[in-house]
Design a protein around this ligand. Sequence first.
Ligand SMILES: [Zn+2]
Length: 329
Amino acid sequence: MPDLLLALDYGGTKLSAALSGPHTTPDTGWLNLRRAFSPPGATATYDQRTMLELAREIISAHGQPAALGVSFGGPVDFSRGLVRLSHHVPGWENTSLADQLEAVFRVPVRVDNDANVAALGEASFGAGRGLSSLMYLTISTGVGGGWIIDGRPWRGSGGLAGEIGHLTVDPEGPLCLCGKRGCVERYASGPYMAEDARQMILDTPERGRALLDLVDGRVEAVTSKTLSQAADLGDPLARQVLERGAWALGTGIGNAANLFNPQAFILGGGVTKAGDFWWQALRKCAHQTALPEVEFEILPAELGDDAPLWGAVKLAQEALLEGGVKAQP
Ligand SMILES: [Zn+2]
């Protein structure tokens, strides 16, 4: 009987469950995939009930999986399969998610933070295939990251390695939601770039003419997506904001390259669809920041929103090999 593996992804706004078999790859696609939105105001109880429904639909159609891998959108204690909290959904504080799922499905379960799992996914099935050291970054509503070092996830002593979004690039810069100043995320995330653009338009509307036209003059409708469109049209204000985001991110990547000397940085998330202008500015700044002899590539991710699910498949494979209830730290 070929082994079926169940991958679960608890995102901030979306829940996904996918089933893989022995020959499943991103090219063949999933044996089965179910998604549900986690509506605003959802709780941990609601999300868990919805996820179990998705999983049971899949299992009733295909049979029992041999192991589960889980990606969770928030800090996780991997060694204990413990969710510390969710930044989006209340009620997840100190939840033994691996224990809960093992009690329901009676198979080995591995749970890790979404950035670490996505890094594992891209390294195993995506843009990082064949590489032994890389950092995966997601640049969307926030900026997060996960490391693969010598072919294995590097989680850090408390599971918090890879927080590149909160590297400081300007100690006197604007305040970030984490409470510090001048973080990479404060300049480079989609919501912060949109916020900065809205503020700059109020000060110098003539420089953001193309951007204003795109949103029919409604400043509040500016998003990182409309910023990218306006930058493509040559809008000076949109270009300035995107260039500043690329500068902050490139500075963070260049510094990380000096510290760890990985082969590649793999970038996913909505902001990476910003186009050539953003990628060129980012690569230039990253290589200017790193020492000239420190070589690395900056590559677009290949698995899109499914990167955490593919990483969860890899976690499930490891759970199957290692057996038992829990991973060792
Ligand atoms: Zn911060």
